[in-house]
Design a binder for this molecule. Structure first.
Ligand code: FAD
Length: 561
């Protein structure tokens, strides 16, 4: 009889239990722009071919393992609030992980907060949208202050004296996170405070009051008393705030510090405990006589801040398109490396159906987003202006609302490991509903579509003119357009039916863009699955009908690293 082997007990060697095989690897060290064919085509098509080389360099830089890890770290170690210092002085200081600051610096130094204002011209918004879309894939949360800073400029410009003082530093490519008065900084960020406890969508219910310190009206100084229930990025250097005056709801620019160097009493009560959007701080605040200057005309606060909101809504389209790209890129990457039942997942027919369907969703989102970027670039053209007015709301509603299910389905492609916190999917999934809810939730967007149609009927004609560019390109789309036109003739119960109508509009314009510009496999697959004989609309992902060229759709979208 052999003597028992005691070597394990004595720790001389470890038994080999298994080899780690048939698993994926991190999707890192790849060019986020260079591997996104749909984006490259859109950038060229919509007028920003000039930015190709810069985007390629940017995509390479932010696709490195080190840079992608900044997004992980900034979300693992979220912000913390110190209301007071250790001696008891009020400080309202939010501390962020260094990764957050690195992300902010990259965005600001690359002009994601300002390039169309500092370098206007054909394609300026398209190029900036592409950069924002790329960096949102690294981390969505820091995009909030970047967007608000970018979006504040049109509102500031309604009061030239204030714009002259603030715009140069707001648009400067300098990130300075210090909690010091704006006079000591060369680069500033801007936030936005509208929402109160009793009403977010209905801002006219705001109770915060502005008391004039002397002369009243645009550019004049007031003190604000009240509260704001959601203030994201409270370390911004100033905020556009809504408050009531004798003349009605008005817009104000409120700095964190007063010009005399004392703290402006916008007091941060606590940080929100959010399910997603973790790297970004969102706070509850009270305004206890905070100094602010009126922006725009008295009583026209909504009109003034809507200039900003229009831009933030557009950025929600970009952000959710980016979320879809990040999710589907991970799913495609995984399925090229993992086998089950004797084949790579990407070769399993049913998985091909799911993956191709997820790609089609993203293709539609990106095509619409980039088309709207061009419309913003060309807003002096009445047709483009009408599209901005109507289709921003359509796109914000549809793309943002489609993203959570998309993120979940992409997660399922990974299987159980997709659910684990060390995979990218919990973050993508938790982020996915945010854009749909803030900056005007779904119903509010649909009602905005109706408002635009009612106030400016020409926008409807512009919309159908835009669709008509694709007429004859796909029979299902032609039928869809005809049915939609008939729908518009019957306005009974239109508020009740608004989501149904806007859904159809969104699918129509996405399909029209893809039919004109995307490869046949993508356009045909989109129309067959979204506008096809099954009654239209879209059911679960992975229900593409027979005949869709999944191989071509998947091949074009799969990142290689
Ligand atoms: C992470 C995060 C950060 C935020 N940061 C900021 C910030 O920095 N600054 C800021 O001002 N706000 C911020 N918000 C607030 C956000 O903009 C509001 O939550 C949003 O506008 C909705 O307002 P509400 O929460 O008061 O909901 P409500 O206005 O009460 O709406 C509730 C629901 O009712 C629906 N609804 C409203 N009116 C109608 C109607 N007439 N018909 C049918 N349905 C209707 C809405 O679509 C929504 O689904 C943030 C929100 C989140 C989640």
């Amino acid at each position: 009889m052999n003597a028992p082997d005691r070597s394990l007990k004595h720790g001389l060697f470890l038994a080999d239990t298994h080899e780690v095989i048939n698993v994926s690897r991190e999707l890192v060290d790849f060019n986020l722009y260079g591997q996104d064919t749909a984006l490259q085509e859109a950038v060229k098509r919509e007028g920003a071919a000039f930015a190709h080389d810069e985007l390629l360099a940017f995509g390479q830089h932010i696709g490195t393992a080190d840079h992608l890890d900044l997004g992980v770290q900034a979300n693992r170690f979220g912000p913390e609030l110190d209301t007071h210092d250790r001696f008891g002085h009020r400080v309202d200081l939010v501390r962020f992980h260094p990764a957050y600051h690195a992300l902010m610096r990259t965005s600001i130094e690359n002009g994601l907060h300002s390039s169309p204002w500092t370098h206007p011209g054909p394609g300026a918004h398209v190029a900036r949208a592409a950069r924002f879309y790329l960096h949102s894939q690294v981390d969505a949360g820091h995009g909030c202050p970047i967007t608000m800073t970018f979006a504040a400029v049109p509102s500031l410009r309604t009061t030239p004296a204030l714009a002259a003082l603030w715009e140069p530093k707001v648009t400067a490519r300098i990130y300075d996170p210090r909690n010091v008065p704006d006079a000591h900084k060369a680069g500033l960020t801007i936030g936005m405070a509208m929402t109160e406890k009793q009403g977010g969508s209905d801002v006219r219910a705001n109770t915060t009051r502005a008391h004039p310190l002397g002369a009243e009206g645009p550019g004049q100084a007031y003190e604000l008393v009240g509260h704001k229930y959601f203030v994201s990025a409270p370390m911004c250097d100033a905020f556009l705030v809504l408050a009531q005056t004798r003349g009605g709801l008005s817009c104000f620019l409120l700095p964190r510090w007063r010009p005399d160097g004392s703290k402006n009493p916008l007091q941060v009560l606590r940080l929100k405990r959010k399910m997603g959007n973790v790297s970004n701080a969102s706070s509850e605040t009270e305004l206890r006589g905070a100094l602010a200057w009126m922006v725009g005309d008295e009583g026209r606060g909504v009109r003034t801040i809507i200039e900003m909101v229009a831009m933030t809504r557009f950025d929600c389209m970009i952000g959710s398109s980016a979320g879809q790209r990040a999710a589907v890129a991970q799913a495609l990457h995984h399925c090229t490396l993992r086998s089950a039942f004797g084949k790579l997942l990407q070769q399993q027919p049913l998985m091909r159906n799911v993956l191709a369907d997820l790609v089609l969703e993203h293709e539609g989102s990106l095509a619409l987003t980039m088309r709207m970027a061009r419309a913003i670039d060309q807003r002096t053209d009445p047709h483009e202006d009408a599209l901005v007015r109507l289709v921003t709301a359509v796109g914000k509603y549809w793309i943002c609302k489609r993203t959570p299910h998309h993120a979940y389905e992409a997660m399922e492609c990974i299987g159980g490991s997709g659910v684990m916190e060390d995979s990218p999917f919990p973050r993508l999934f938790r982020e996915s509903p945010v854009n749909a809810i803030w900056e005007g939730s779904g119903n509010v967007q649909c009602l905005d579509v109706l408002r635009a149609m009612h106030k400016t009927p020409a926008v409807v004609q512009a919309f159908f003119d835009e669709l008509a560019k694709a007429r004859g390109g796909n029979a299902a789309l032609d039928r869809w357009m005809g049915a939609l036109q008939a729908e518009f003739k019957d306005l009974a119960d239109i508020e009740y039916r608004a989501r149904d109508v806007v859904d159809r509009m969104a699918l129509a314009i996405q399909a029209a863009l893809l039919v004109q510009h995307a490869p046949a496999a993508v356009a045909d697959g989109f129309c067959a699955s979204r506008l096809g004989s099954a009654g239209g609309g879209h059911r679960n992902y992975g229900t593409l009908p027979r005949g869709v060229d999944c191989a071509a759709i998947i091949e074009r979208a799969t990142p290689r690293c």
